[in-house]
Design a protein around this ligand. Structure first.
Ligand code: ATP
Length: 611
């Protein structure tokens, strides 16, 4: 699973497409307003030239003594002055409308793009997206891209403005001499080149620093996150973590600062060349007035127009650099959006299009080996196993033996690197993923504590029953946590988690029971139950009550329980002992005890610690 490469041009084309899709109406209106605001100054300049020429003509006739009579006799001057005033008023009033429109455009673009990214990440089946550094860096760069694509709205608006200033001012500047716009343009080319080079360089730095930024964010999260707050304080880790964050920030900042300084110097030097380009036509116009080729009105118009051409070129140059910057920075967004989930880590992916049939023939694992994506160490090796319908299986073994990994493969969070898993003789990879997962109920070792209400924490296990209070109460009872509903003021609507307003926190064991209730609520459709250390946080007294519940719900279903509590393993139909990713013993409790090998040792060691 590797992101595609995108050229800056492709990224820009798609970014512009995104802006147009996100806010077509705002974009059109902004273009129209910019047309007025952009061309307004050139028209004003032209009107001013007419006023100056008219005034100097009239002053030569000596009629200026009575201005009122003069304006009545020469209404042209009056109309020109009026037109100038009205135009200035219109341009000024449009400014505030543009600001509002621009804010709407920016927000829409941000919301639309972020929505697309969230949708992609949320529906991405591959858990490896969150575990491979290369893809995590892509996520980090996407965040930066999202900030930049907002700026694209501003850049598009500014570019339109630049173009609308440029076209009329260049058209007028040709009337000074044909070469004037050419000189202004040629003098600006080096600046465009230098701007683009600078942006490319600074983006390369950002790109290579994505790993550093991610690491900084990890430290920032540890320093500010509620999950870490207690231990950070109890072990006084603040300074260590802050120093690490600061060190990374300093490294990144100094690299960026070097590039920025070099860039600013080059841009400034070439801007001076552009300045000479402006001076040359200006001197030419002053010279023309002295020679009598140009009028005083021409002087006012041409001086203003030269500055307008220069201003528009400046806007366009600065925006070319910015556009290039956006094109570079937004490519990760599209790389992420194009990313294809490819659950399979080693073998050819099979299209998951088959419907899931009832697992009457159980689940078979055939010659299964597995390494995590990006790792080359085999975590599971040559596993051959059949889970029979209705069978309860316990996976036991030391830490790191591969028990959780095997459970995750059964839920198709990963695909085997070698070999296959068959569900009712159909390869797991050929089955519709959502349908398959609806047949599985899981309590993970690191179960989730959703910052949501009690109702949602349980009901999200089976959305059709989210509003079914009876079903919710039943599973809360089965998981042995019903008393909590009575204890809480807001009952099922109580927000859980301190991050939420008025949210309350639960004990570790209560959270674990909620995770069990969340699995139980979907039982009606479930054929496979996977419980990974489902009782780790429960007190021994209540643990046995949960065992009874497990035995009850496991009836008629395939159940895989991972547990270090061998009392739980004892109730299973079959126990598998895993060691270094291989099954080294299997049988029921009595058989394995009689065998007197690893399980026997583990069980007697554990039992003796309770005596
Ligand atoms: P425990 O009893 O401690 O829960 P386990 O038998 O369930 O252990 P697993 O969690 O399956 O063991 O881990 C088996 C090996 O796989 C470990 O060596 C661990 O380092 C590695 N491992 C686990 N998760 C990942 C992952 N997401 N990416 C890479 N390696 C992993």
């Amino acid at each position: 699973m590797k992101p595609n490469d995108l050229t800056p041009f492709q990224a820009l084309r798609r970014s512009l497409g995104m802006v147009a899709q996100a806010a077509p109406i705002e974009l059109r209106n902004l273009a129209l307003l910019n047309l007025v605001v952009g061309t307004g100054p050139s028209i004003t300049l032209f009107l001013s030239k007419l006023v100056i020429d008219e005034v100097s003509r009239l002053s030569q006739t000596g009629a200026i003594a009575d201005p009122i009579a003069l304006l009545q006799a020469e209404p042209t001057l009056l109309w020109i002055v009026l037109a100038t005033v009205v135009l200035n008023l219109v341009v000024d009033s449009i400014d505030s409308i543009s600001t509002t429109l621009f804010a709407a455009l920016r927000d829409r673009v941000q919301g639309y793009t972020q929505g697309k990214v969230l949708d992609k990440v949320a529906h991405f089946d591959d858990i490896a997206l969150f575990e491979m550094p290369e893809l995590l860096n892509l996520l980090e760069l996407t965040e930066k891209g999202l900030q930049r694509i907002q700026r694209l709205s501003f850049i598009v608006a500014a570019t339109l403005m630049g173009v609308f200033i440029f076209i009329p001012s260049v058209s007028v500047s040709v009337s000074i001499a044909w070469w004037v716009p050419l000189v202004l343009l040629v003098a600006s080319i080096p600046s465009i080149y230098v701007e683009m080079r600078y942006h490319k360089k600074s983006w390369r730095v950002e790109e290579t620093q994505a790993g550093v930024t991610r690491e900084m964010n990890i430290y920032a999260k540890v320093l500010t996150g509620d999950v870490y707050a207690k231990e950070v304080r109890l072990f006084s880790l603040q300074s260590v973590l802050l120093d690490r964050w600061q060190g990374l920030f300093n490294t990144m900042f100094s690299t960026m600062e070097r590039v920025r300084r070099e860039g600013a110097l080059a841009v400034m030097l070439w801007a001076l060349v552009g300045g000479f380009g402006t001076a040359f036509p200006y001197v030419y116009v002053v010279w023309g007035v002295l020679q009598g080729t140009f009028t005083l009105g021409d002087l006012a118009l041409y001086t203003g127009i030269i500055l307008q051409v220069r201003r528009s070129l400046y806007i366009l140059i600065a925006n070319t650099g910015d556009i290039y910057d956006v094109a570079l920075a937004t490519s990760p967004i599209f790389q992420l959006l194009d990313l294809e989930p490819q659950l399979c880590t080693g073998l050819e992916a099979i299209a998951p299009t088959a419907s899931v049939s009832p697992a009457n023939r159980g689940i078979q694992l055939q010659d299964l080996s597995f390494s995590y994506p990006g790792g080359d160490r085999a975590i599971l090796q040559e596993i051959n196993l059949t889970i029979r319908p209705g069978e309860m299986l316990a996976l036991v073994g030391e830490n790191g033996a591969g028990k959780t990994t095997l459970a995750k493969l059964l839920c198709r969070l990963y695909d085997p690197t070698e070999g296959s898993i068959y569900w009712n003789e159909q390869d797991l990879r050929s089955l519709k993923l959502e349908e398959l997962r609806s047949r599985i109920a899981v309590v993970m070792q690191d179960y989730t504590r959703f910052p949501a209400t009690l109702r949602e924490n349980v009901g999200w296990g089976y959305l059709p029953d989210l509003q079914n209070d009876r079903a919710l109460h039943t599973v809360l009872k089965d998981a042995g946590i019903y008393s909590i509903v009575a204890d809480l003021n807001q009952g099922l609507e109580t927000p859980l988690g301190k991050q939420l307003e008025n949210g309350i926190d639960l004990s570790g064991g209560q959270w674990q029971r909620l995770a069990i209730a969340r699995a139980l609520i979907r039982l009606s459709e479930v054929e496979l139950l996977v419980f990974d250390e489902p009782t780790a946080a429960l007190d021994p007294k209540n643990e046995h009550e949960i065992y009874d519940i497990f035995r009850e719900i496991a009836k008629g279903r395939m159940t895989v329980v991972v547990s270090h509590r061998l009392a739980l393993a004892k109730i299973a139909d079959r126990i598998l002992v895993l060691e270094h990713g291989r099954i080294v013993e299997q049988g029921n409790h009595e058989e394995l005890m009689a065998q007197g090998d690893r399980y026997h040792t583990m069980f007697t060691r554990q039992a003796s610690s309770y005596l």
